[in-house]
Design a protein around this ligand. Structure first.
Ligand SMILES: Cc1cc2nc3c(=O)[nH]c(=O)nc-3n(C[C@H](O)[C@H](O)[C@H](O)COP(=O)(O)OP(=O)(O)OC[C@H]3O[C@@H](n4cnc5c(N)ncnc54)[C@H](O)[C@@H]3O)c2cc1C
Length: 464
């Protein structure tokens, strides 16, 4: 009974006036609920984006999120006045930024400067990020400088799709003669994508991301939790029902069409369409007889990419000029996000240090490497420490853009009304751009199906 009341109160708390009412009938330990047009499993960026698109198209929509708070990997934790994202987060000029701007999100923050150092053989050396630093960097010979300079001049106009079918290593090794230019590209492209797997990673999408980064990135004041707060507000304003602290445990279907989502407390959420934004392995587990569907291939092909992230808030920077560092012979990256965004209540500087993990994962060794990076860049940082957060192995991608991959979704073709979205359901986008773009694709697909079945055409026109 306690759980039942709790469930109802979550619904009521976040329920908006225009959403459908719940019947609340309880039979055999189960609460039947009113029918929704669209049920979205997962309340991260993909889930919220899908819900907003669906609600704006006039669909009665519910988001089911297992955690108490919405946001998934885009939450921000506040510790001793400092705002920590789950590892360093930068908003690129891609699908997510365009979507958030279209919806009027405030996105307060700034573009960080790109003056950077590289770590090479235990030393910090100026990286060639501008004409001046290209000319002065001790990292490159004159021949290397010319090779890099002429390539960077072409990057903005390059057709990156030409390289979608070759690996990053093949691309780098065939493009550059100078070994240090090659090293720099491995480092830049690893950082742009968060992936340290050049033999498997498709070159085209990550080159596109590098191209996008030429327009600068955005660091957000008070972190990415602000995006979630605003998305939640927009969703609720458009009539989306939020059901938090509720884990979906099954997606049931009959005669080839979805029926409902079964939640842990016995709640059934009936819906004509269900969008799963949980990881591929969870999506597979939720759907009965998933082995007979494309979910099986998507789970089997998935290669997870993880990172170890150390975030620290420092009273002051021991070395104020050393704020942005790429590992060249180490797979690490450091950025003082406070150089462009307000990330503390009292002026503390929030620095993110990331180790891009390959197959070998050793939390203690990774922490040591991250702390050594801080020792090199900000010696004496321990004396200035206000707060810290260590995430030894956080998933950046449940599946990344590798060479052996089929594009998942948006529809699960074997079950009518079932869709997938989320960072792993990418069709060429990276990171959060994949989350928003896949969410949009799923809703478009639902509306397009209704359109072809002769249902109202207005909603489809509104989103296309
Ligand atoms: C360290 C790190 C750094 C990053 N940096 C950047 C960056 O700089 N730029 C960038 O663009 N992106 C970055 N990202 C990526 C970005 O954060 C993610 O792509 C995005 O947040 C993923 O959103 P999502 O909705 O696809 O997945 P998630 O955020 O994982 O959301 C999935 C949700 O589903 C819920 N869920 C799962 N199972 C169930 C269930 N059974 N029932 C109900 N709910 C369920 C989960 O609780 C979760 O809330 C970074 C990610 C990490 C980890």
């Amino acid at each position: 009974m306690g759980a039942f009341c709790l469930q109802i109160s979550f619904l009521i708390l976040s329920h908006s006036a225009s959403a459908p009412r719940h019947t609340g009938t309880k039979s055999k330990g189960m609460m039947m609920m009113q029918h929704y047009d669209i049920a979205v499993v997962g309340g991260g960026v993909a889930g919220l984006t899908a819900a907003i698109y669906a609600a704006k198209a006039g669909k009665q929509t519910i988001v089911i999120e297992k955690q108490e708070r919405l946001g998934g990997r885009a939450v921000t934790n506040k510790k001793k006045g400092a705002y920590f994202n789950l590892g360093g987060h930068a908003l690129y000029h891609g699908d997510a930024l365009a979507t958030f701007r279209e919806w009027g999100l405030s996105l307060q923050g700034n573009q960080p400067s790109i003056d950077a150092y590289g770590i090479w053989k235990g030393k910090l050396l100026t990286l060639p990020m501008s004409v001046k630093s290209l000319l002065t960097t001790p990292l490159l010979s004159w021949r290397g400088k010319i090779e890099l300079g002429s390539w960077l001049a072409k990057l903005g106009k390059m057709d990156t799709h030409r390289y979608d079918q070759i690996s990053l290593r093949e691309w780098i090794e065939s493009q550059f003669y100078d070994p240090m230019v090659r090293n720099l590209f491995y480092s830049l492209l690893r950082t742009a994508s968060y992936v340290a797997a050049p033999d498997m990673q498709a070159a085209g999408p990550v080159l596109k991301q590098l191209q996008n980064s030429l327009q600068g990135v955005l660091y957000l004041d008070r972190g990415w939790g602000t995006i979630i707060d605003e998305l939640r507000e927009i969703a609720i304003k458009n009539g989306v029902t939020m059901m938090t602290s509720t884990k979906a445990v099954a997606v049931e279907h009959r005669d080839g069409a979805v029926q409902h989502v079964r939640c842990e407390e016995g709640t059934l959420v009936e819906a004509k369409n269900i969008i799963l934004t949980a990881p591929p392995a969870v999506a597979h587990q939720l759907v009965t007889n998933a082995e007979a569907t494309s979910l099986h291939a998507w789970r089997e092909q998935a290669i997870e990419i993880t990172a170890a992230c150390l975030d620290v808030a420092l009273r002051r920077l021991p070395k104020p000029k050393q704020q942005f560092i790429y590992g060249i012979d180490q797979t690490v990256f450091l950025s003082n996000q406070s150089r462009a965004a307000c990330l503390s209540d009292d002026g503390a500087q929030v620095i993110s240090v990331i180790k891009y993990q390959g197959e070998e994962k050793n939390p203690d060794k990774d922490l040591h490497e991250l702390e050594q990076t801080l020792d090199l860049v900000q010696p004496g940082w321990r004396d200035e420490l206000v707060a810290k957060q260590y995430l030894p192995r956080i998933t950046v991608y449940h599946d990344f853009l590798h060479m052996r991959r089929q594009q998942p979704g948006p529809a699960v073709p074997e079950i009518s009304g079932l869709y997938v979205a989320g960072e792993w359901a990418s069709h060429g986008e990276l990171l959060v751009d994949a989350a928003t773009a896949s969410a949009k694709r799923a809703v478009q697909c639902i509306l397009a199906r209704e359109y072809t079945e002769g249902k109202p055409k207005d909603a489809y026109r509104r989103i296309v």
